[in-house]
Design a binder for this molecule. Structure first.
Ligand code: HEM
Ligand SMILES: CC(C)=CCC/C(C)=C/CC/C(C)=C/COP(=O)(O)OP(=O)(O)O
Length: 316
């Protein structure tokens, strides 16, 4: 496939042999692989924690379809935001602003990957799960990326719901129905996203301001953002514990969720209060952002551990 202004395309025959791997790397980058590790992990946990059984090949197919949908919609996000990405230090070297790929190729790749993911889910697994995958793709690529992100400082709250779909879709792929448990998994990620992202936005806010994205710290100020981070973390704690409260899990998940949420609150408190001292080696918001990622990994891992323990008969 031809690339526009590709650095490798201008360096002669020797370099052209290296072109294909570079291109593949760039296509892979379009799927936002680092962020997607957690997205895919939560989807895997949704599949593994769901009651009932699914053939391993079908379980793998469901996870593959969700990963392709997430990666495809991320590619569409790259395509749509190429100009904005060019203006931010964090994103200026992405394949499109870096000039290593044509915009249409990113768009076509995104549409192809998303389309195949939905058809694969529907044909091989379940059409309700496929419909949810379609909604998730539209949510991320259109509702969040094209509509909300450039328009409202609440972009993360409403649009961030896109990232909450994967465990719900994974669960529904196994059970074929939407029940309280997968909805709670959705709600956990929904309430987790604002503290996750706004903590980050507090220490990269100047970048977003430069390209006119109305992120909360830019529009409403740091104080409001810090307060909102705190209150979303407060709201997240009971929701994270709720799967245990409604009897969907045992104490294994319940105690893990309570401990992790207590730690999350502990780290969110100084962010909310802005009580950084000169002694702090790391900004509290940076600590919170890093912990937010461990939090979600550990919470969903606990969900699966809980299911395994029940399956093995280690708990009642
Ligand atoms: C609208 C919602 C979200 C926004 C705006 C957002 C934004 C970001 C940004 C800007 C980063 C910094 C690193 C990078 O640019 O790749 C990041 C990191 C990360 N995000 Fe989010 N995020 C959101 C939701 C999520 C969700 C739902 C998940 C997974 C369930 C997630 C998982 C991660 C992970 C794992 C990292 C660390 C990646 C690394 O190690 O580089 N994020 N996020
Ligand atoms: C199944 C399915 C479709 C799942 C979607 C997964 C999803 C929406 C994840 C959202 C996480 C994410 C990549 C946020 C980045 O925000 P951004 O794109 O605004 O960040 P940027 O500023 O780095 O571009």
């Amino acid at each position: 496939m031809e690339t526009a202004a590709s650095p490798t395309s201008q360096t002669g025959t020797a370099a052209s042999a290296a072109m294909l791997p570079t291109e593949w790397r760039d296509f892979f980058t379009l799927t936002k692989p680092r962020v997607m590790t957690l997205v895919i992990f939560t989807a895997i946990c949704g599949v593994l924690a769901a009651p009932g059984s699914i053939h391993p090949v079908l379980g793998f197919t469901a996870i593959l379809a969700i990963s392709m949908g997430a990666g495809g919609s991320a590619a569409l996000n790259h395509w749509w935001e190429a100009d904005l990405d060019a203006g931010m230090k964090r994103t200026m070297n992405r394949p499109l602003p870096g000039g290593r790929m044509r915009r249409e190729d990113a768009r076509d790749f995104g549409i192809f990957l998303s389309g195949v993911s939905i058809v694969l889910m529907g044909v091989a697994i379940d059409w309700l799960a496929a419909a949810l995958l379609l909604v998730a793709v539209i949510y991320y690529a259109v509702i969040y990326t094209m509509w909300l992100k450039p328009r409202t400082p609440q972009n993360i709250v409403i649009g961030g719901g896109a990232g909450a779909f994967p465990p719900l879709i994974g669960w529904v792929a196994v059970t074929g129905e939407i029940t309280a448990m997968p909805v709670l998994l959705f709600a956990i990620i929904f309430f987790w996203t604002p503290p996750h992202f706004w903590a980050l936005a507090l220490f990269v806010q100047s970048d977003y301001a430069k390209v006119g994205i109305p992120m909360l710290p830019v529009v409403a100020g740091e104080k409001v953002t810090r307060r909102q981070i705190w209150w979303y973390t407060v709201a997240l704690a009971p929701i994270a514990i709720a799967p245990w409260v409604i009897g969907g899990t045992s104490w294994i998940y319940g105690m893990t969720a309570a401990t992790l949420s207590a730690l999350f609150l502990l780290l969110a408190w100084p962010v909310g209060r802005r009580s950084r001292t000169d002694d702090d080696k790391m900004l509290p918001e940076k600590k919170l952002f890093k912990f937010s990622i461990y939090y979600l990994f550990a919470l969903f891992a606990a969900l699966v551990a809980d299911r395994v323990a029940a399956y093995q008969g280690w708990i009642a």
